[in-house]
Design a protein around this ligand. Structure first.
Ligand code: ADP
Ligand code: ZN
Length: 640
């Protein structure tokens, strides 16, 4: 009997719902249509080719997946095998025997998924294998992950991806699924052309990742700040992104000295050290990786709880991608950007000097000389990218709205309830340029003829239609409703600062505001007005995530999971069990079961196999394999 994608989702993966676009994408490729999908990191792209590989149990048919990084493929194969799905890889790390075995398995029709590394695409052996598969009509789908790598306009162009064009031509008749997390229209056009997509279904998922709390903090002694952050998440993983290799080394050393297990990761380390450090991180042996931007694209660790930036990234695109590596499992996660004015100077200086070496190391560039043209184009765009990054870091509006606007995604105005601005989090920041808002406020005082107090001025700015405003005809003023980007409390905060700074006078008796000569000067001379950015509301990060948890957006399993003593004990027992099973099976712990599954086990305390099947992420295969050990852990936590 044929199972539907939804049945496979539940029966194999143990998930109840598709994430946005997954179902549409799967339906389209099953109808043999080409698809180009842009989904954010963590959006669940892999499932879009994994599920089609499993539809129709009897008929066979193989899904080919091209993916740029070897570690990613290895993890996915382990992950799929955990679900009882035959998957293999062909890449340059295999011994000749392994290669032959994997290719033979594909020829014999034993596989559901075959992962190919880009560097193998031009090899005669692969061509030969694919020819056979095409001739025998055994290919069901051709999936290209990280499809933006095909474009020189993208931010990580890979020359190997060029070979995909010719390959696609030889696979005529096989539907193609191109997936990426970042693609501007120009990059999308390249993908369409290079992969010869025929009137593809194009889908772009929203870029919002609501479970990630976005914060910008003033940088002081950054290693102390980082250690404090890591200690909020005992036993949970985090990534710290750094400006340079030397900085990554320094951060890893300093964190270790402060009792936070950390290792560096950057292109200057040998491949062995790199992959060892990465594995230790994936296996939860070290808590933190201090990395240059080279780290992360190849890993698929869903339970990274925080991503911190010790230095300013080069662009918002880069920032978004790196931040996206937090909380892929959908549980609460944090993104903290430590920002100091030194950053701006440092980056401007690099740009001005045309110091390409240093600049490239900042992004870990690519070593391929072919990429020279793309690199030059990028350097020309570097200033613009940096400006967008600064707008984010120094901005006074909701971080989420700023980020999404950059990707052409709009965010409903009002509080996102999950960024430092909307929550009014953290220490007072240094003063920033609030000329625009100050001008709005001062103009509004002027237009209302300096006859009202701050509260009324704010009514007008916010576009109130209360009786008084309408009665006085102030809804016709040019300043009516021009202040909707801020909340009432933010405007009131600014008005207090403007009084303190001498731009406004305040009548003692009635609180009526009036402009001072300093205000007129500021208008005339176009002086910048600096002030501390007023916070939007007053909640702590933890409270905010709690609120979201209650709204059902995520489980109450964020930082420093609150809860009963026995809950904590069970959580520890389950983590230990997961670690042991992972070691036995030689797979990363998250492959056994995810943090979300762990959270539900703690909350639901299932006592039977049937009850286990109700738990997120546990399908029949997992229950058969691990059910007994899980139930034993739950039972002994109850007894103890
Ligand atoms: P991407 O490749 O888009 O960055 P992944 O495919 O790695 O994202 O998926 C991220 C995480 O989300 C994985 O842990 C995956 O198991 C999980 N996931 C994917 N689809 C679903 C779903 N429908 N329900 C629950 N979890 C999902
Ligand atoms: Zn916000």
């Amino acid at each position: 009997m044929q199972r539907s994608p939804r049945q496979i989702l539940k029966a194999v993966f143990g998930f109840d719902e598709f994430r946005p676009l997954q179902e549409e994408i799967i339906a389209a490729v099953l109808a043999r249509r080409d698809v180009l999908a842009v989904m954010p990191t963590g959006g669940g792209k892999s499932l879009c080719y994994q599920v089609p590989a499993l539809v129709d149990d009897a008929g066979g048919g193989l899904v080919l997946v091209v993916s740029p990084l070897i570690a990613l493929m290895r993890d996915q194969v382990a992950y799929m095998r955990e679900f009882g799905v035959e998957a293999r890889v062909l890449n340059s790390t295999l011994t000749p025997d392994e290669w032959r075995a994997n290719a033979e398995a594909a020829r014999r029709g034993e596989l559901r998924l075959l992962y190919l590394a880009p560097e193998t695409l031009t090899s005669a052996r692969v061509r030969d294998l694919l020819d056979t598969l095409v001739t025998e009509s055994r290919l069901r789908l051709f999936a290209v992950d990280e499809a933006h790598c095909i474009s020189e306009w993208g931010h990580d162009f890979r020359p190997d991806y060029r070979a995909l064009g010719a390959l696609r031509q030889s696979l005529r008749g096989v539907p193609c699924l191109a997936l990426t997390a970042t693609a501007t229209e120009r990059v999308r056009e390249d993908i369409r052309q290079e992969l010869r997509l025929e009137s593809p279904l194009e889908l772009v998922a929203g870029f919002d990742r609501p479970n990630i709390l976005l914060e910008v903090r003033r940088r002081a002694k950054v290693v102390d700040q980082l250690a404090a952050l890591a200690k909020e998440y005992p036993g949970r993983s985090g990534i710290v992104y750094c400006f340079s290799r030397a900085r990554a080394e320094e951060v890893a050393r300093a964190l270790s000295a402060m009792g936070v297990k950390a290792l560096p990761y950057h292109a200057g380390l040998g491949p062995d050290t790199r992959s060892r450090n990465q594995d230790l991180f994936i296996d939860d042996e070290v808590q933190v990786i201090a990395a240059t931007t080279a780290f992360g694209m190849g890993i698929d660790k869903p339970d990274v709880r925080f991503v911190a930036h010790a230095d300013l990234p080069k662009s918002l695109e880069q920032y978004y991608q790196e931040v996206g590596r937090a909380g892929r499992d959908g549980l609460p996660a944090r993104a903290v950007l430590f920002f100091g004015f030194g950053d701006v100077m440092k980056i401007r200086a690099l740009l001005a000097l045309g110091d390409r070496g240093a600049w490239e190391e900042y992004g870990e560039g690519d070593e391929d000389p072919d990429a020279e043209a793309a690199r030059a184009a990028r350097t020309a765009n570097a200033e613009a990218s940096l400006r967008s990054m600064l707008r984010y870091a120094e901005g006074s509006a909701c971080r989420r709205a700023t980020l999404l606007a950059h990707f052409g995604d709009s965010y409903p105005s009002g509080s996102c309830a999950s960024c430092d601005i909307c929550l009014g989090l953290g220490e007072k920041l240094e003063e920033v340029d609030l000329t625009l808002q100050a001008h709005k406020f001062l103009s509004c005082v002027k237009r209302t003829e300096e006859r009202f107090g701050a509260g009324y001025v704010v009514d007008v700015l916010l576009g109130s239609k209360n009786e008084r405003v309408l009665g006085l005809g102030h809804s016709k003023l040019s300043t009516w409703g021009i202040g909707k980007e801020w909340t009432r409390s933010q405007w009131l905060d600014l008005s207090r600062q403007l009084i303190k700074k001498g731009y406004l006078g305040k009548d003692e008796e009635y609180g009526v505001l009036s402009l001072t000569s300093k205000a007129y000067e500021a208008f005339r001379d176009k002086n910048a007005i600096l002030a501390v950015l007023p916070p939007r509301g007053k909640k702590t990060a933890a409270e905010a995530q709690q609120v979201r948890a209650q709204k059902g957006e995520a489980l109450p399993f964020g930082p420093a999971a609150a809860g009963s003593g026995s809950g904590e004990k069970l959580e520890q027992a389950l983590r230990a069990l997961r670690k042991r099973l992972a070691e036995e099976g030689r797979v990363p712990p998250y492959v056994i079961f995810s943090d979300r599954t762990l959270g539900e086990l703690v909350a639901l305390r299932p006592a039977s196999g049937d009850a286990l099947l109700e738990v997120f992420g546990l399908g029949p295969i997992k229950v058969e394999r691990y059910g007994a050990s899980i139930l034993a852990a739950v039972a002994s936590a109850r007894a103890g």
